[in-house]
Design a protein around this ligand. Structure first.
Ligand code: URA
Length: 199
């Protein structure tokens, strides 16, 4: 069995055995191995589980647009997540209607996949990891919040590569103002120049 199949089997076992909270399917990372550039997101949503690939829903469309704007194709990067199953909450209203929505992964859920993400990084051997949002940031660095470090590369001794913290693409949906968008776009331009120096 190759490394990827091994990781997929491990993810599947963890997802299937997890009974503490509601979850809605799982996915693996996507993209070439080895790969110089690796993006790490939070957790998959509905579209990702349906297609079996990370970042294909609304946030993914935004992500790909900005990725292309700095001259990088999705097919040339590895994209993965911190939590590999879809964390969901299920609500039933008084009239019996059930709604399912995404929720952030709990720390204990992130910890279920610690070894998986570490193993994926070790087989991908990236020169740079771009963390998308607070969840992968806190998992892979000692930073406490994306607001304090976005757009600035740091060296990671743990992963022997550069880590570049970015806001999550869905933050554009929550911060619909010109100032935030400008700052977000500047981080992509900074990433473009960091990639030039790093690769
Ligand atoms: N958001 C994430 O953090 N990861 C995905 O795969 C999709 C959306």
């Amino acid at each position: 069995m190759n490394n990827l199949q091994f990781l997929k089997n491990k993810i599947e076992t963890i997802a299937n055995n997890y009974k503490e909270e509601a979850t809605g399917g799982f996915i693996t990372g996507d993209g070439p191995i080895p790969c110089d550039i690796m993006f790490v997101g939070e957790a998959p949503g509905k579209s990702e589980v349906e297609s079996g690939k990370p970042f294909v829903g609304v946030a993914g469309k935004n992500f790909e647009k900005y990725l292309n704007s700095i001259g990088v194709e999705r097919s040339n990067v590895r994209i993965t997540n911190t939590c590999f199953f879809r964390p969901i909450k299920i609500k039933t209203s008084k009239n019996g209607k059930t709604t399912i929505s995404n929720r952030p992964p709990k720390t204990s859920e992130i910890n279920l996949f610690r070894e998986i993400l570490d193993e994926e990084i070790s087989i991908v051997k990236p020169k740079i990891i771009i963390t998308l949002g607070n969840v992968p940031l806190k998992r892979l660095t000692n930073f406490k919040a994306i607001g304090e470090c976005h757009g600035t590369p740091v060296h990671s001794d743990d992963f022997s590569c550069t880590i570049f913290p970015m806001y999550h693409p869905s933050s554009l949906t929550y911060n619909q103002n010109d100032e935030f968008r400008k700052m977000y776009e500047e981080d992509w331009i900074k990433l473009k120049s960091v990639l030039k120096k790093t690769l």
